[in-house]
Design a binder for this molecule. Sequence first.
Ligand code: F6P
Length: 340
Amino acid sequence: MRIGLITGGGDCAGLNAAIRAVVKHAVGSYGHSVIGFRNGWKGVADGDVLALTRQHIRGVLPLGGTLLGTARYHPHEAEGLDAVRATLEAERIDALICIGGDGTLHAASKVAELGINVIGIPKTIDNDVAGTDASIGFATAVHVATEAIDRLHTTAESHNRVMVVEVMGRHAGWIAVNAGIAGGAEIVLAPEAPFDMDRVERFLRHRHRAHASFSIVAVAEGAQPAEGTSMTFTTELGRYGEIVAGTTGGRVAAEIAARSGFDTRVTVLGHIQRGGTPLPADRILGSRFGHAAVEALQTGRSDVMTALRGERIELVPLAEIAGKVKYVPDELLRVANALA
Ligand code: F6P
């Protein structure tokens, strides 16, 4: 087989482990060829090819980012489907493995509708790909955010301050909730549970009167005030309708400071959560997904995504998960709030 391989959407830690597993297993176990395309779907549309050998994957396990490069380009939204088909025919690609988040995998399901064999592998620090318990990159992002909260704790306590920390998560608050629990944030604001600033203020005033003189507030970039409550803001959107990171934390911090008079600071973690050395958990998940994607092709499967379900890796139809968001369940949100 000639297997195509792309990484699309935002990068994260653990992508190189998945690339390595695909190349090692496909070439080493079965004698297939793996043809990488640079910069996600854009590279497929443009025919930007990198034939992958063992040489390319040597020493990549500890490396963040993606050796293939990535881009936010979706061929079905950019009239690129014909170009994608033409490149895949010219390169005699039998099947394409797409490592991506919701956008890249949605595009994969559109390409599959053309009759092209596609296997998806879920990755995103946001952990919001439907159908899988976890996506590549999430564990490392939670680790980075937790460490940041730990560091903010000591300086918050020294200065008697409220520290607002904004983490990534446009549609779902997985990082905010998990790092908030692990780091002991007093308040966690996630897109799934629109907040009431009056309650936030009451909580902080009570805490600072009764228990402590500092607090940590973890805010997902997509968190919003509940309709009809005293604070209003509309999330800032970019050119493609995407949420612009970095504004939510600042607004929450300004509101807390204005209402309570507490000395308040904001830290926006941003892309620090995406970069750097992958945790073992992401290297292992990437390796398992890469291995499973090659096995899926070997057994004649296509138009499916590798998914972690409990302890097992399973295959779920791309059509079932395309365009869906996996939200933080109520139980986890309740834990984050109850332990404040
Ligand atoms: O890949 C997901 C994500 O990290 C989101 O959490 C964040 O909102 C977005 O990407 C940032 O995108 P960009 O890298 O294009 O600024």
